[in-house]
Write a protein that binds this ligand. Structure first.
Ligand code: ATP
Ligand code: MG
Length: 389
């Protein structure tokens, strides 16, 4: 029995004239994400996207799993392909619906007849299908108001379909419809969640990671790549810039007052990130900061980090509790990786008494001993680029 995946686009329906453009990007994303599974025909008709495997040994379950992670898909379902005759539809229904129907008590049938040449009207299709289902599965009852399951019969131009279960999609908007932004990614819990949250709103992601070997190890860098590959299951390919940060940290440790270490480090990261972001076509930075979570995330501290850049800084977690962030990170399967104990460049130089209420003037004074322009230029020239998918 031949199965296909039907995709209905939630929020896309709101986009009026842009709709077709959004759908084209979504289809491109789907094609890219399912490419390695084999040949697939993709068709778009009447606000539905049809994914039809063109090979017998196609891994359909894996395709369903991947589709469930693609942003811009509110709901989708698997469906059985039938000839456009009631005879074929009814006989396939018995086999196709068996496992679903065994576990429920009530159902109703809805029919959609897009092909008006089909000899039966929609109510007639419902009646015939409903009667047959009751005879196939005698434990069932019809409940038109609150059924456990709705069985849909769709008569389209090119075929007829039976489907029963609506599956939840990842929601959001297709990646790429909102432009590109750069996530500052650490090995922690928050930044992968921030990356996922913004990709969900349609942003394509670039990533920037600051590494401080030998203070931070190769394993710490691997951890960041693993986290990004988990985010990439949703966002698609992520370009990653790995910036050497050791010299800057050493210089800060040598020339700046200790209670400003973290703040100055963050300011340096932002300055470098702005340049890398602009060079790679990003229109904004994204960070995993959450108001008040640590000393460098108080409002005065955020003001002081923002003040060194001239690019929007998106902080999708700003109003979230740690518990909420952890809950998302478990859902997107980054949590277990994030809590691996490898050192991060920020933890290596954590001051005993970090400044929580810095003023811009104090920050500027504190970093006077640094040759900021040279440090930035050198770090950027030694940045290594790779990609994660
Ligand atoms: P996270 O869990 O994302 O590490 P955090 O709560 O530990 O966040 P900080 O360490 O203060 O907070 O970092 C704040 C933000 O700065 C991070 O969310 C991330 O966006 C960015 N950041 C921190 N360290 C790095 C790094 N080594 N490379 C790139 N970005 C970083
Ligand atoms: Mg961190």
């Amino acid at each position: 029995m031949k199965e296909i995946i039907l995709i209905k686009n939630g929020e896309l329906a709101l986009k009026g004239q842009n709709r077709s453009n959004f759908e084209d990007i979504l289809i491109k994303n789907i094609r890219r994400r399912l490419k390695s599974l084999g040949k697939l025909n993709i068709r778009k008709a009447q606000s539905t996207i049809y994914l039809e495997p063109a090979e017998d040994d196609y891994d359909f379950e894996e395709a369903l799993q991947r589709v469930s992670l693609i942003f811009g898909i509110a709901g989708f379902s698997r469906a059985c392909v039938c000839e456009k005759s009631m005879e074929d539809i009814l006989s396939k229904a018995e086999i196709y619906l068996k496992s679903t129907m065994e576990n429920i008590k009530t159902f109703k049938v809805e029919a959609k007849r897009a092909d008006k040449n089909f000899p039966l009207t929609s109510p007639e299709i419902c009646r015939e299908m409903g009667g047959k289902i009751l005879s196939y599965f005698p434990h069932l009852k019809v409940d038109v108001h609150n059924p456990d399951i709705v069985v849909y019969v769709e008569i389209r131009d090119f075929a007829a379909y039976i489907r029963a279960e609506q599956l939840h999609g990842a929601g959001g908007l297709p990646v790429g419809t909102a432009g590109t932004a750069s996530i500052l990614i650490s090995g922690g819990i928050d930044s992968p969640v921030a990356a996922w949250t913004m990709a969900k709103r349609g942003l394509r992601l670039n990533a920037i990671h600051f590494a401080s070997p030998p203070y931070t190890s190769a394993r710490a860098e691997m951890k960041v790549k693993t986290l990004l590959s988990k985010v990439a299951r949703y966002s698609g390919t992520i370009n990653l810039a790995i910036v050497p940060f050791t010299e800057i940290q050493d210089q800060i440790a040598e020339h700046c007052p200790e209670d400003y270490f973290t703040l100055i480090m963050r300011r340096m990261m932002m300055r470098i990130s702005e340049k890398i972001a602009r060079d790679s076509g990003s229109l904004a930075l994204i960070t995993g900061e959450s108001l008040g979570q640590v000393a460098s995330q108080t409002l005065p501290a955020l003001v002081s980090t923002d003040s060194v850049v001239n690019i929007p800084v998106l902080r999708p977690l700003i109003g979230m509790d740690k518990e909420e962030i952890i809950s998302i990170s478990r859902n997107i399967d980054t949590f277990e990786t994030s809590i691996l104990p490898y050192e991060d460049c920020c933890t290596v130089f954590t001051p005993k008494h970090p400044k929580t209420r810095p003023t811009l003037e104090l920050c500027e004074n504190a970093e006077k001993g640094l040759d900021i322009d040279n440090l930035i230029e050198k770090a950027i020239s030694e940045t290594v680029y790779t990609y994660i998918d």
